[in-house]
Each structure stands twice: as structure tokens, then as C-alpha cells.
Design a protein around this ligand. Structure first.
Ligand SMILES: [Zn+2]
Length: 419
């Protein structure tokens, strides 16, 4: 049976994160001393059995980083990619002029990176073996980076490979009238699995096969794709259990919030069908770049994500600020879908309510809570103050707030403690 929706545990996740990093950017060798609250999943984990086992001891699932867009030439150490050797040159993507293509990254060509052909059987076999080697270590799945439309490959039936005579990889120029050297005929031939289909079709089949391998180890395993685009846009997001929106509202790439909830309603709407299929959307915000400050931005982005039905992630940019209390929040089942009242967007969960005011004036939100959510009062997680429900929730301008219900018999409520 084909598995389409994400497993329940992922659908119920509220915040996930990357494996912790040092301020210099290198992955922490261990989780020791890390306050991970109730985070159920870490991505980008060090590719080692001991890291996986350490996370599992803490009841945290882990995904290994992988990328299948290109290969690193001469790359040593962990690259997240099947290892490239010159004997495998017939798996490289070939452009319409018969050349290998360097990866374009952040608007620059990278000499040490070459695009691979996802329509190549050789690359597919190599990638599947590679994924098996990762899954054999006990990982709970993959985080696949660089998922997007592919360049076309024009290499079908072209001889390409390592020449013993010239001690380098060669490929004949397509315009060549006369064959200078019989050596060319001895090279391996670049073959396409789907000769009559474009590269995006081949990449979709490629992603399906990767996910099948991941699921063959355990149906609870998951694949999260970085980007990919929604199916309605001809994208690839449907071939994972979830898709990530990187630089969600806040990013190192800009110094203000990218959009308000009001201006993003169309975007939120666009993901509804995808979420209804049981898939997840991970919204990754990079904090610390706007005048609002990390605490306000963290709450704003978190609430925004939870209103839209997304899982939130911060890539550890929250630091040791007070907003880190969000790592320990678990709001539980949705009782009411997101609504707007008096200019405030809100959504009611089993254990609390999230509210977002994207106007420039403070707003007071009064809501009739569903019976299941009835509570004696609530605690504003941002300020730590308790609020009698009859007063309503005072939501400051340009801010997101989380109110945790204080229920009778629930004296162990710790989420609101201000650090
Ligand atoms: Zn090709």
C-alpha cells in the first residue's frame, strides 16, 4: 500500500528544530546540556550512529541531511551526497551544449559542484544505496535539501566518462563532425530511465523511490523536503511527508518582517489542500534581524505558523532568550480553526489559544471558548501573567501571543513560568 500522509506523530508536532550548533556554525557533538523542551524531532543531525542513539535515548526522532541536486567534486568528509568518483561521470547532468553544469548557488557558479542527472539509472542506484547506508544507522528519515525544478539533461546516449589515456573525464562536443579518437567509443554511455520525459518528471520518480526506501525501514519514518513547491504549481512537495518554508517571515536575508498575517492570507490558503492530505509544512524563521527583537519576533512567527497549521522551527536563532519557553509548549489538538475577530486572528487548541494582532494598535480579543477548551483562566506565556478569561486577551500591536489555559485539577501547569 502506498503511504501518502505523514505519520500521526509528525502531524502532531508543534515545534521541530535542527541539531544544536555552536555560534560558529559547527554541529554540537552531543545533546548534553541542551534544553530541547518538548521538541520531538531534530533535523541536520551529525551523520553518526552515536548521535542518533543519543537522541533516541531522549525520545527525540532524527533526520539526516541529504541533497540530490548536485555532487561535490573532490569533497571530503560528510557532504550529504553520494560520493562522487570520476568513474561515475556518466551520472552528471549534461547541458544542451554537451557540457557539465556547475551548480548555481546564491547567484554564483560554484566550481566544486556539478549538477547530477536524476534521469540517470546510475545516479538513482547510487542514491538509493546511499540512502540505505544512512537508514541502516537507525535514522528516522531524511531532510532533503535543494528540492526544486531541475535543469534539463541532454546527455541521453552520449558517451561520457573517465579516459585512461587523457587521465580526465571527457565528453564529446555535440557539434563535432569528425571523431578524432576511438577512445570515445569505449566510454560509458549516459542513459536515461525515461528518455521521452523531462527532468522534472524523472526527479519526481526519483523522490518517490527515495521515500519508498525510507518507509521500507519503518512506515513511521519521514522525508521532509526543503521547498519543492506545491503540487498545484507543478512542484514536488507531495513526494515528501512535509515541506519546509525557509526564511519564514524573519530571515538573515532581510531586516523587517516579510509579511503580516493579513497580507499572507492567500499564501496560507494555498497550503490548505496539502495539509488536508495529512502532509506537514515546517516554517523556519531566522530570528534576530528586525527592530522588534528576538522575543517579539519568536512569538509572532510561532503564532503565525500555528494559525496557518504549520510546524514552527527557529534553527536555534532564539538563543537563550525568554522566548525559548516556546520549546516547551504543547497546545494539543485543534478545537477551532483560525478565525478573525475584532482585527485579531486566533485559533483555539485543547490547552491554549494563539492570537496575532498585525495592526499598529493594541486590540482586545474576547472569545467564547468551546466547551472542551473551557478553563478557569489563562496565562500569557509572553509576560507570565495570569488573566481572568472574562477580561479578554489584550494583544499588543504587531505581536503574537500564546495563552495557556489554567484548568482546574491541572496544577502542574509549568509552561507559563517566566525564565
Ligand atoms: Zn541525463
Amino acid at each position: 500500500m502506498k503511504i501518502d500522509s505523514a505519520p500521526k506523530w509528525l502531524q502532531e508536532a508543534e515545534i521541530i528544530n535542527e541539531w544544536p550548533r555552536s555560534p560558529q556554525g559547527s554541529a554540537s557533538p552531543t545533546l548534553e546540556g541542551q534544553d530541547l523542551g518538548k521538541i520531538p524531532l531534530l533535523t541536520h543531525i551529525p551523520c553518526s550512529k552515536s548521535a542518533i542513539e543519543e537522541a533516541h535515548r531522549r525520545k527525540i526522532r532524527v533526520l539526516i541531511y541529504a541533497a540530490f541536486m548536485d555532487t561535490l567534486y573532490g569533497g571530503e568528509g560528510y557532504t550529504g551526497r553520494p560520493l562522487y568518483r570520476d568513474k561515475d561521470a556518466d551520472m552528471l547532468l549534461i547541458d544542451k551544449d554537451g557540457r557539465f553544469m556547475n551548480t548555481v548557488m546564491d547567484g554564483t557558479y560554484r566550481m566544486n559542484r556539478y549538477l547530477v542527472c536524476a534521469n540517470s539509472k546510475k545516479y538513482l542506484d547510487k542514491a538509493l544505496d546511499y540512502v540505505k547506508s544512512l537508514m541502516d544507522m537507525g535514522a528516522d528519515g531524511l531532510f532533503i535539501d535543494n528540492v526544486g525544478p531541475r535543469e534539463s539533461c541532454y546527455g541521453h546516449n552520449l558517451p561520457v566518462g573517465y579516459s585512461q589515456r587523457y587521465k580526465t573525464v571527457i565528453v564529446p562536443w555535440p557539434g563535432m563532425k569528425k571523431q578524432y579518437d576511438k577512445e570515445i567509443n569505449r566510454l560509458p554511455v549516459h542513459k536515461h530511465l525515461y528518455p521521452n520525459k523531462d527532468h522534472n518528471y524523472a526527479f519526481a520518480r526519483f523522490l518517490e523511490k527515495i521515500r519508498d526506501v525510507v518507509k521500507s525501514y519503518n512506515p513511521e519514518n519521514v522525508v521532509i523536503l526543503n521547498g519543492g513547491g506545491l503540487p498545484e504549481e507543478g512542484g514536488f512537495a507531495q513526494y515528501g511527508d512535509g515541506t519546509m518554508i525557509e526564511s519564514f517571515i524573519c530571515s538573515w536575508a532581510w531586516n523587517k518582517r516579510q509579511y503580516t498575517y493579513t497580507s499572507a492570507l492567500k499564501m496560507v490558503e494555498a497550503y490548505k489542500d496539502y495539509l488536508a492530505r495529512g502532509k506537514v509544512v515546517v516554517a523556519l524563521s531566522y530570528l534576530g534581524y528586525t527592530p522588534y527583537g528576538i522575543n517579539e519576533d519568536a512569538f509572532y512567527c510561532y503564532v503565525f505558523a500555528r494559525l496557518a497549521g504549520f510546524i514552527w522551527a527557529d534553527g536555534y536563532t532564539i538563543g537563550n532568550n525568554q522566548a525559548k519557553v516556546l520549546y516547551s509548549v504543547k497546545l494539543g489538538r485543534v478545537l477551532e480553526e483560525a478565525k478573525e475577530k475584532e482585527g485579531v486572528f486566533y485559533r483555539v487548541f485543547q490547552d491554549g489559544i494563539v492570537a496575532l494582532n498585525d495592526s499598529s494598535k493594541v486590540k482586545n480579543l474576547r472569545v467564547n471558548l468551546p466547551k472542551e477548551g473551557s478553563a478557569n483562566g489563562a496565562r500569557d506565556l509572553f509576560s507570565g501573567l495570569e488573566i481572568p478569561l472574562k477580561d479578554g486577551f489584550k494583544v499588543p500591536a504587531n505581536s503574537g501571543r500564546v495563552y495557556l489555559f489554567l484548568k482546574s485539577g491541572n496544577k502542574k501547569e509549568k509552561n507559563g513560568s517566566k525564565k
